[in-house]
Design a binder for this molecule. Sequence first.
Ligand SMILES: *Cc1c(COP(=O)(O)O)cnc(C)c1O
Length: 384
Amino acid sequence: MNNSTILQKIKSLPTPFYYYDMELLENTIDTAKREADKYGFHLHYAVKANFNEPVLKMLAQKGFGADCVSGREVQTSVKAGFNANAVVFAGVGKSDVEIDAALDLDIFCFNCESLMEIEVINELASAKGKTAQIALRINPNVNANTHKYITTGLSENKFGINMWELDSVLETLNNCPNIELIGLHFHIGSQITDLSSFKNLATKINTIQEWFFSRQIMVKVINAGGGLGVDYHNPDGQIPDFSEYFKIFNDFLELRPGQEVHFELGRSLVTQCGSLISRALYIKNGIKKNFAILDAGMTELIRPALYSAHHEIANLTSTSKTILKYDVVGPICESTDCFAKDLELSETSRGDIFQIKSAGGYGEVMASDYNLKTLYPALYSTEI
Ligand SMILES: *Cc1c(COP(=O)(O)O)cnc(C)c1O
C-alpha cells in the first residue's frame, strides 16, 4: 500500500470497503499451480473463502476446479467460468434442491458425508435417469492443531463418515445403482500451520486406502481437502509455502497406478491479497487507554470477534512521530467488536485511513447486515 496512486484512490472513496491486490492474487495462485503441477496434482478453489466475481474468474481462468459447499456456490462457480466437470460439492447438509441443481449441471463429484445422504443422492439421481459420481468424505481422526471452531477431522466433529461406519456404507453402495464411488475425500480443518498435521493425514489416508484395497476397492480420486494456513503476522506480499505443502503429500501418500490427487485450497490462495479499508471516526482518549473508533466493525470482518483472530493493522495516513497505544474498535454495540488491543500506532486523528490486512479469505464473505451498516463495493487494484 506504499503506492501513492492507490492511496490517493483509496482516500477518495467512502469507507469501509475491501481492497484486493489482484497482482498478489495472481502470483499466489500461479505459485500454487506451479507447485501442484510438479506432481500432477489437481487443484480446486474453495469458493466459500471469497466468492467475488473477479476472484472467481481469475481462478477459473487459471484452470482451477471449484470446491463448493452449497447449491448456489455450485451455480455461481459455473457462471464465473469453472468447468462443471471440475466442481466438487461438499457439506454435511446438502438439501434436495441443491443436490438437484448439482445433478442438472453434471458436476464432477459429490463429497458425501453420511449414509443417508448417499441414499438421497441415489434417489434424486435415479429420478433424473443419471448416475452421480461420489467420494466418501471420511473423518480420519487427525488433529489439525488449529482453532477448535475450524477443526473438522476429529471423531467428535460433525463432518464426514467415521471408519466404523464404512462396512454399512459399502452395503448401502451395493443397493445404490445410480451412485458411482470414484473417490475418498478428507478435510481436517483450516488455518493449519503445523505441517506435520498434513503428514499425519497422508499416512492416515494410506491406512484407510489399505482397508479399501483389502475389499478389492480402488478409487481413482484421493482428495486431501484444504486447510493450508497463512501467516497473519507477516501479511505483506506473503505467499504460503505451497512447495513444502505439496511435497509432503508427494513424499508420504502411497498411490496406486492411475490414482489422482486433488486438493481444495481456499484461505491460502486469497487471504493475503485482501484488506479491509476503514476510516477512524473518533478518538477517545481514556485514562487507561485510547480508543480508535473505526467505521468498520465485526459486521465487516468478524474473524477477530469469532476466533480471536489476529490481523495486522496499519494507519496509512498519519504522519505523526508520536507513538501511542490504541484499542482499535468498531462501532457495534458488542464488546467483542474489537480489531486489536493496545496496538502501538502513530498518533491517530479523525479521518485517518486504516488498513486491516490478511482479510481476503473469510473476510468480505462473512460480512453481515447486522445493524444495517453499509459496506461499500470492493476495489480491485486492476481498476486503478
Ligand atoms: C472450507 C473447506 C475447504 C477450504 O479450507 P481452507 O482452509 O480455506 O483451505 C476445503 N474443503 C472443504 C470441504 C471445506 O469445507
